[in-house]
Design a protein around this ligand. Structure first.
Ligand code: ATP
Ligand code: MG
Length: 507
């Protein structure tokens, strides 16, 4: 069998970065091919070249054995040759229906789209690939995984033979990811190829056929899933042994740090999001919150960090009443925050690295005179230290942070939040989008803070992470803590069941 696409010796340079250095990559028809590598390895850039979004500097592209003239390669040309992209930042019009979005996306459909025909095609895809969506639902009414399905349908309607999925599970709950895997397997069985980018090795082993590994822009190799294991892959990606298990010190909780009593709060839509919730996190304790997203996790983090007022109850930190909480009060009490929406809340896209690092604390005397004149040399030194410590890959300190790879941008925020040594840390999905080396580092850092006496609230949908890191786990469901248990007394299956409200079926 001939590869559907073949990329040979692809080289791509950006000012100051060699993003890809003579990389080879090929995809067979009906194959699920994983693209792995550390943050900044070049995965997204490589798929952007294949999908015609970026020009290449050197190298060759073959589609079904035919050499493509690089000067004629564009997003449109790629689409016409069957290269489809399942967008992560969802290019859908929120107030339109699914049907309208799909109809209007397909440029090959005549001026007035045949809605009945499209409706039928959507239904056919639904049966054939388990791609169920309601064609008449408005996009804003859909869950993330449903939006993803709409993107897949859009790509298939274009006749895509290859679907590029760049970290598609990063935004999904474990249950939603399982559904996606079923769809992906069906698609592959019917002959569609999938390029699957992920940092989660277990899922790569679950669904992929072959794996190509990049490291710092270099092609390391391509292996069959059947011929490798997680340890070897980690070594290929990072270039050294990686310890996938965090060593944990014995659980010896100290005094209560965070005490929430009977907290209620409203969501952005003015619906009750937290319902009479109580919990306590102690010194030297990592308290995990497990739950299907949308059950109050976001609001819980915001209430503690002063971003959202409460309608009932009270909050104490180290005995101080911060019921009337504000972000400033929370920072003063030593509460650190790794927010969920790191791009929206964590950084200003056009700022360079040094200013991004001191965004929250530039007023401190070590970084500025009276909060007005910045101490440039100090800030630069501080930034250099963090770049080194967190192994952040950047083309230059002053280039805007929006040009960083997804994972490296995460690291900037993590570096800033974690290095302040808070007494209380609210960490929301702290390792999402991070490569294994960085994940190891973040977990080790949380563990170090725990040993040093910090109280940590870890909100995550990654049950394996919760089990590996937490001392106790509380299950949140519809804004209430349903159950609190010692991690050693529970299992992933048990948590999964409780997260959906016991007998409830997840939406
Ligand atoms: N438009 C751009 N301008 C300048 N540099 C860029 C641009 N896009 C990517 N880069 C750089 O190219 C390198 C590879 O980035 P890429 O986004 O492909 O990484 P990645 O493997 O997808 O990482 P992650 O796992 O973090 O998403 C990085 O150093 C990144 O900063
Ligand atoms: Mg990427």
């Amino acid at each position: 069998m001939k590869p559907y696409v073949e990329l040979k010796y692809i080289t791509k340079r950006f000012p100051g970065v060699l993003a890809l250095d003579a990389v080879n990559f090929n995809v067979m028809p009906g194959e699920i091919h994983a693209l792995l590598g550390e943050n900044g390895a070049g995965k997204t850039v490589l798929t952007n070249i294949l999908s015609g979004r970026y020009d290449l500097n050197e190298g060759e592209i073959f589609i079904q054995g035919e050499r493509i003239d690089p000067s004629k390669w564009s997003a449109r040309a790629a689409l016409d040759r069957g290269i489809g992209m399942v967008y992560q930042d969802f290019m859908l019009v929120e107030e339109h229906t699914v049907l309208e979005n799909i109809a209007l996306a397909d440029l090959s459909i005549p001026f007035i789209p045949d809605f009945d025909q499209i409706r039928k095609t959507i239904a056919d895809f639904g049966t054939k690939y388990q791609l169920d969506v309601d064609p008449d639902a408005k996009i804003w009414q859909l869950s993330v995984s449903e939006k993803q399905r709409v993107e897949i349908i859009k790509a298939l309607m274009h006749g895509s033979k290859i679907l590029i999925m760049d970290e598609p599970t990063a935004v999904l709950t474990p249950q939603e990811a399982d559904e996606l895997f079923k769809i992906v397997k069906k698609l592959a069985k019917e002959g569609t190829s999938i390029i699957f980018i992920s940092h989660k090795l277990p899922e790569v082993f679950e669904i992929c056929d072959r794996i190509t590994v990049l490291r710092k822009g270099e092609y390391i190799g391509t292996v069959n899933v059947a011929d490798t294991n997680e340890k070897d892959l980690a070594k290929m990606m990072v270039g050294r042994e990686v310890f996938l298990q965090t060593e944990k010190a014995k659980y010896k909780p100290g005094l209560p740090v965070l005490v929430l009593k009977n907290i209620s709060a409203l969501s952005d839509r003015r619906i009750k999001a937290l319902n009479n919730l109580s919990l306590t996190v102690h010194e030297s304790e990592i308290f995990g919150i497990a739950g299907v997203s949308g059950n109050g996790q976001k609001e819980l983090a915001e209430v503690i960090t002063g971003l959202r007022p409460i309608t009932n109850g009270n909050i104490h930190v180290n005995g101080n009443d911060i019921t009337e909480n504000t972000p400033r009060k929370a920072i003063k009490e030593g509460i650190g925050h790794i927010p969920d929406d790191r791009i929206g809340m964590g950084v200003v896209p056009d700022l360079g690295m040094p200013k991004s690092m001191v965004l929250k604390n530039y007023k401190e005397s070590r970084f500025s005179f009276k909060g007005i004149f910045l101490k440039k040399a100090e800030i630069t030194n501080y930034t250099k230290k963090l770049i080194k410590k967190f192994n952040i890959k950047t083309s230059g300190m002053s280039s805007p942070v929006k040009l960083l790879s997804g994972g490296n941008l995460q690291k900037v925020i993590l570096a800033r939040e974690i290095s302040e040594e808070p007494c209380m840390m609210v960490a929301v999905h702290p390792t999402q989008g991070l490569d294994i080396g960085a994940t190891e580092f973040v977990r080790d850092t949380l563990e170090k803070q725990r040993v040093d006496g910090a109280a940590i609230l870890l909100i995550s949908e990654d049950l394996e992470e919760l089990m590996a890191v937490s001392d106790r786990i509380g299950v949140i469901y519809e804004g209430e803590i349903m159950d609190i248990m010692l991690t050693k007394d529970t299992t992933i299956e048990d948590l999964g069941l409780k997260m959906t409200g016991g007998s409830h079926v997840a939406a």
